[in-house]
Write a protein that binds this ligand. Structure first.
Ligand SMILES: Nc1ncnc2c1ncn2[C@@H]1O[C@H](COP(=O)(O)OP(=O)(O)OP(=O)(O)O)[C@@H](O)[C@H]1O
Length: 312
């Protein structure tokens, strides 16, 4: 559905390339995550999909069409097919919720009656029916992002690009927005390409994920494989940042180990280990546990037989 073929991007007046030799396929109906540190090239990557940026070399194909080759009418069609939401929501502060959501329909020349009906359905779907006459300043961050989602869906797109959609939100609101995106993905068969710098977001919602570092894809695979067994140092860095609060400290004379186990028995007790922090859950339908343990240094070796054990 979305294909990157040897895509590189250099911005005029800058030294290096923001993206280098990207090959990537996003399948119809999947939620594809793009994760990386600040400046890695994530925004540039998704902005190529709706032709907000153009590749310096290579091609970006949407449904088999090279988006850089589109004329003005073709671009309008692309923008109807590809919706986008942003970290900072991008709402018009002088327009009500209903008028924000209806704006793409107004720009597309749809009649008032049709607009009103469609806007009412969209606002209801994102759970904002009682807020339709309010202005953005009267809404919480989560509500603003719901307006952004309703507006992005106004023209009935088959692809939704999400640029750090939850970075401005608290953890609980983040989860509810991600749940809404997952529901819309299933109900509408919407293909979602989602940028984030948070592993938690990948864990909650993505089917597959590409890790991007220094403008290249350094690792790509099923979200469970990347989250639980990512190999590249950039991936390991993002995983170790995913814990909450201050990093665990090993008691005197003990070794600190991150142990990740997958599948049946992944939460079985571990003799001789003190659990300092961790999580037990499911990702992509698979059980896992991800624990930070303090053990005797002589026990570290033994942990490797239980799962992936990294001394930290
Ligand atoms: N319009 C532009 N002109 C010049 N350089 C740019 C432009 N947009 C992005 N860049 C550069 O390209 C690189 C990648 O930027 P990009 O915004 O894609 O990264 P990112 O991973 O999305 O980062 P962040 O998470 O901080 O938004 C950076 O070095 C950035 O400075």
């Amino acid at each position: 559905m979305i294909r990157f073929e040897g895509v590189s991007k250099r911005f005029a007046g800058t030294g290096g390339e923001a993206l280098r030799a990207i090959d990537l396929d996003v399948a119809a109906g999947e939620i594809f995550g793009v994760i990386g540190a600040s400046g890695a090239g994530k925004s540039t990557l998704v902005r190529l999909v709706n032709a907000l940026e153009r590749p310096t070399s290579g091609r970006v194909l949407v449904d088999g069409v090279d988006v850089a080759a589109l004329d003005a009418a073709g671009l309008r069609g692309l923008r109807r097919k590809v919706g986008m939401i942003f970290q900072s929501f991008g709402l018009h502060s002088s327009l009500t919720v209903a008028d924000n959501v209806g704006l793409p329909l107004r720009l597309a020349g749809r009649e008032a009656r049709e607009r009103q009906e469609r806007v009412a359905v969209l606002i209801d779907r994102v759970g904002l029916a009682v807020h339709e006459a309010k202005y953005p300043a009267q809404l919480s961050g989560g509500q603003k992002q719901r307006v952004g989602i309703a507006r992005a869906l106004a023209t009935g797109p088959s692809i939704l690009l999400c640029d750090e959609p939850t970075s401005a939100l608290d953890p609980e609101t983040t989860r509810s927005v991600l749940r809404l995106l997952r529901e819309l993905n299933r109900e509408l068969g919407l293909t979602i390409m989602l940028i984030t710098h948070e592993m938690e977001v990948v864990r909650e919602v993505c089917d597959r994920v590409a890790v991007i570092d220094g403008g290249t894809v350094v690792e790509m695979g099923a979200a469970a494989d990347i989250f639980l067994d990512g190999q590249h140092p950039a991936t390991r860095r993002l995983i170790s940042e995913a814990g909450e609060g201050a990093p665990a400290v090993a008691p005197e004379g003990m070794a600190l180990v991150r142990l990740t186990r997958r599948g049946a028995g992944s939460a079985a007790p571990i003799d001789g280990a003190e659990v300092l922090e961790g999580r037990i859950g499911r990702i992509g339908g698979e059980s896992y546990s991800d624990l930070v343990l303090a053990v005797q240094p002589s026990e570290v070796e033994r942990l490797s037989s239980l799962g992936r054990a990294d001394r930290i």
